[in-house]
Design a protein around this ligand. Sequence first.
Ligand code: ADP
Ligand code: MG
Length: 289
Amino acid sequence: ATPTAIMVGTGLGAKRGVLFKNAMALETSARIEVVVVDKTGTLTKGEPEVTDVITDGFGEDELLRLVAAVERESEHPLAEAIVRRAADLDGLRAARFENVPGHGAIAEVDGRRVVVGNRRLLERESVELGPLASRRDELAATGRTAVLAAIDGVPAGVIGIADAPRETSVAAVQALHDLGVEVVMLTGDNHATAQRIAAQLGIDTVIAEVLPGDKAAKVAELQSSGRRVAMVGDGVNDAPALAQADLGIAIGAGTDVAIETADVVLMRSDPLDVPIALRIGRGTLRKMR
Ligand code: ADP
Ligand code: MG
């Protein structure tokens, strides 16, 4: 690599807020064949909002108060959405809070055991969703995340949460395809929700319901075919996958851990800067030959 080509590439990136941390990152960008993208906060805005509160045997406010008491103790973005939705209701205190990564949270509220999370968590707790299952499926089919609630072992409600795609996500996927790069969505969210959003964005490969600790292993699996893989993410749970990838790309609005781990940082948090980073890399490599 000629120092001049590296300097030009780094400068071009910096102008757009695409920060290559070193020469190696620039060179690897040119050779990427697969881009793995986290869903929440990367392809979507990461501003989840409660859209539906469906209950069974509980009043809407009653359920929201119990669930919000648990979620107030959690730092998950979905939890924050539920807490905001319940902001006008009298708060209840949660005891014995337990965070279950990749699943949800559990606590005691008002002497009752409240379980909030995904299908896997309810299965772990041996709760059968019953008639609420079809409501959950309807929500997922529209691309919303269904948060399930059980009170004292009984299914009590489904909370629908929407997180809109970023405005440029469709164009970013298209531009990556135009570069001949495969795009893969990687998410902890459920299959149906992830599939729906992937379809909206033109992404054909989806790896969903991945536990936080398993994202890096999924990246390694893709690399085992011999292809060079980039990972784009924003969260704490993306950091190991960013490190595992041949090229880690962090969203500037993301967590410090993601930004520190990555090889490239997108200061504008714009998915369109992913194909731009790869193009700058390719341009640099051409000048080097
Ligand atoms: P992601 O943020 O990519 O969806 P996570 O691994 O953090 O991945 O969570 C996976 C899934 O577990 C979420 O989509 C959600 O269904 C469920 N979940 C995790 N934490 C919570 C929580 N505090 N409240 C409700 N659901 C949760
Ligand atoms: Mg994320």
